[in-house]
Design a protein around this ligand. Structure first.
Ligand code: BES
Ligand code: MN
Ligand code: ZN
Length: 496
């Protein structure tokens, strides 16, 4: 991960291959030189102010302009546009990511970011953005020959005001970035590299790094003993050991009811016997993004030592067609005793989550949030710009929506009315695992609700938002880190 540092040095004393300066666009007028950059502009004989006066750089969103500086000191200056919108946390996040990606293209290895005038919210955004933009996954690539290699951005130093608010904002941004890196790494790893045991290792890694998380791991045998016939029927098509991983973080008062985060961890989803079409099936490696989001959030929360009790639960397996796989028409029994008729083996995420939601109850949760790449239908409903939010309790759904908005991961509620329940009634069992085409994301949520008992609950469908299938400019093609920031912001809200 990007190594992040803080400096309080005066600009005139800074040595860096690249200094990023963030500017707000002005309508019909040249961009104003940020006050904090005046001394630098003087040292560069007015090169920055001339660039602005000529309107070579207008500080539009995602716009960058690089000026070559002197031999030593600040070797290059990059002007980065924040756009016209009030310089919000998300605008700074985006500009930070753009700066880091542009620095990576230059191959200069390190950068400084000028944020002495930035508000705490903006610093949080900037730090997270720099890390988002600098993030790479190169484990499986042969490195290019030395002479052709551009140095990846490995360090970013923020020039900050010397005060506690700035320091706290930096620490938060850094912790969030660490969590998002955990989630994105898991998300991009292919299904033969990220296996259920990878979640066990990741949980142990978090516990070792921070020393404040207890990890419990269940395999096939223990799940059988718990009566988790729903989770296990998904895992019965693979010889790989399925894993239920629970991480208990106790940062709050003893006995205080925890926030429980639950994640779908399908390391790969072929669809099983109801097999998916071949084109684009490779994307289904990201079907563990809910679980990745839980892991990432636990990393951030444990790192920040937030004063809240939080439990993270993930269910990891692989959905495979095989001689032992579950078949359409089969009936299984979940750990709350309910029977489920399997109509489509590709509706497997909800089967895994069913037993996780029953399992969650033993922690006497204050609230349970689950995240899952649950339905393709959510892409039809909301596209790639919003997380689908579901739950019977409008106030908690709105609490998650507000957290997501602050986090820059907007979500939008869809109804879970009783009328839709008709679609998941079974001829032979208590419930069936699919409700047909209409309102596919809603019937999936209603299926989950059958296993929610006695605690407030919100379901997040992240199938449209956890992985970007194109380069977004500020973010590369690949895992986005969603829903880590939403989970963290929600928990942080509960800590206040
Ligand atoms: N993992 C998929 C959902 C998905 C689809 C995520 C596309 C990301 C992109 C899920 O397990 C699934 O297959 N859902 C089915 C449900 C259907 C069989 C009722 C779907 O969405 O088609
Ligand atoms: Mn599926
Ligand atoms: Zn799936």
């Amino acid at each position: 991960m990007l190594s992040l540092n803080v400096s309080h040095a005066a600009l005139t004393a800074v040595d860096t291959p690249l200094l990023a300066i963030f500017c707000t666009a002005a309508t019909g007028a040249p961009v104003a030189l940020p006050a904090s950059a005046r001394s630098l502009d003087d040292a560069l004989q007015g090169a920055i102010s001339r660039t602005l006066a000529r309107r070579d750089f207008r500080a539009g969103r995602d716009e960058t302009f690089v000026l070559t500086g002197p031999e030593r000191g600040i070797e290059r200056v990059m002007l980065v546009g924040l756009g016209k919108t009030p310089a919000s946390r998300t605008a700074w996040r985006r500009a930070g990511a753009v700066a880091a990606r542009a620095a990576a293209k230059l191959g200069c290895g390190a950068l400084h970011a000028l944020a002495t005038d930035a508000a705490p919210d903006q610093i949080e955004g900037l730090v997270a953005g720099l890390a988002l933009g600098a993030w790479t996954y190169t484990d499986l690539r042969t490195p290019a020959p030395e002479a052709e290699r551009r140095q990846p951005v490995s360090t970013a130093t923020l020039l900050l005001a010397d005060d506690d608010a700035a320091r706290a904002a930096f620490a938060f941004g850094e912790a969030l970035a660490a969590g998002q890196a955990v989630a994105r790494r898991l998300g991009i790893m292919p299904g033969n590299v990220c296996t259920p045991d990878t979640f066990v290792e990741t949980a142990h890694g978090i516990a070792e790094r921070h020393g404040n998380v207890d990890v419990t791991v269940l395999g096939r045998e223990q799940m059988r003993a718990e009566g988790m016939g729903s989770f296990l029927c998904v895992a019965q098509g693979t010889p790989e050991e399925p894993r239920l991983v629970a991480m208990e973080y106790r940062g709050g008062a003893e006995g205080e009811a925890p926030v429980v985060l639950v994640g779908k961890g399908l390391c790969f989803d072929t669809g099983g016997i109801s097999i998916k079409p071949a084109p684009e099936m490779e994307w289904m490696k990201y079907d563990m993004s809910g679980a990745g989001g839980v892991m990432g959030a636990m990393e951030t929360i444990a790192r920040l030592k937030l004063p809240v009790n939080v439990v993270g639960i993930v269910g990891a397996t692989t959905n495979m067609p095989s001689g032992t796989a579950i078949k359409p028409g089969d009936v299984v029994r979940a750990s709350n005793g309910k029977t489920i008729e399997i109509i489509n083996t590709d509706a497997e995420g909800r089967l895994v989550l069913a037993d996780l939601l029953v399992f969650a109850k033993r922690f006497s949760p204050a609230v349970v949030l689950d995240a899952a790449t649950l339905t393709g239908a959510i892409v039809f409903a909301l596209g790639h710009h919003a997380v689908g939010l579901f739950g019977p309790d409008a106030a908690v759904v709105d609490e998650v929506r507000a957290a997501g908005e602050r986090a820059g991961e907007p979500g939008w509620p869809l109804p879970v009315w009783d009328e839709y329940r008709e679609q998941i009634k079974s001829d032979v069992a208590d419930v069936r695992n699919t409700g047909g085409r209409p309102a596919g994301s809603i019937t999936a949520a209603l299926f989950l609700q059958e296993f929610v008992d006695g605690y407030p609950w919100v379901h997040l469908d992240v199938a449209g938002t956890a992985y970007s299938q194109s380069d977004l400019g500020w973010l590369p093609k690949g895992p986005t880190g969603t829903p880590v920031a939403t989970f963290v912001e929600f928990v942080r809200g509960r800590a206040r």
